[in-house]
Design a protein around this ligand. Structure first.
Ligand code: HEC
Length: 154
């Protein structure tokens, strides 16, 4: 017990308060908001390691890289079906009203993203052991994520 410094205890307490605060603001996991947010988090969980491997934060492993790309392919249709008209939903979320007011633009952003993922998958199938060949197609995917967030996420 004497090994645990007061500072460390304080840090843990602060962390748990922060986690509690975030927990109370997250959407009900069964709501459309909760389901799409979980889908986006899974997309991040696969795109982050891809970026890490190409930037040298993680060791490059062609098999792991390909597995994450496959997950992005499998998930490329997922979040979009969870954007019903907001109605009177009070679930916390960061979608802008433009998702619905500019439905065509949102559909284009989805298509751009799905095309980028398909191209990344093709590059991975052809040159999956050459990190240099994967950089440009991964950047396209990341720009498609960011481009949509710029216009449709708060
Ligand atoms: C076509 C638009 C679009 C694309 C493409 C897109 N996102 Fe998002 N993303 C959104 C919107 C809208 C939200 C806000 C959803 C909400 O709060 O209900 C969001 C939310 C998120 C969140 C927050 C989830 C949470 O827990 O609140 C993460 C993380 C995220 N996106 C990651 C990504 C990643 C990574 C990619 C690409 C691999 C991506 N997104 C592609 C529109 C998009």
């Amino acid at each position: 017990m004497s090994h645990v410094s007061p500072l460390k205890l304080l840090g843990l307490t602060t962390l748990s308060i922060l986690l509690t605060a975030c927990g109370s603001q997250s959407a009900d996991p069964d709501s459309p908001e909760g389901q799409r947010q979980a889908a986006f988090t899974r997309m991040l969980n696969s795109s982050e390691p891809l970026d890490g491997m190409l930037r040298g934060r993680l060791a490059f492993d062609a098999d792991i890289f390909a597995a994450h790309v496959q997950r992005l392919v499998d998930m490329a249709d997922t979040p979009w079906e969870h954007f019903p008209e907001p109605g009177d939903s009070r679930q916390p979320n960061a979608a802008r009203p433009t998702v619905w007011s500019d439905a065509d633009g949102f559909a284009n952003a989805i298509e751009r993203y799905q095309l980028a993922v398909a191209e990344l998958a093709a590059a991975t199938a052809e040159q999956g052991d050459d990190p240099h060949a994967l950089r440009a197609p991964l950047t396209q995917v990341q720009q498609a994520c960011r481009g949509c967030h710029d216009d449709y996420r708060r």
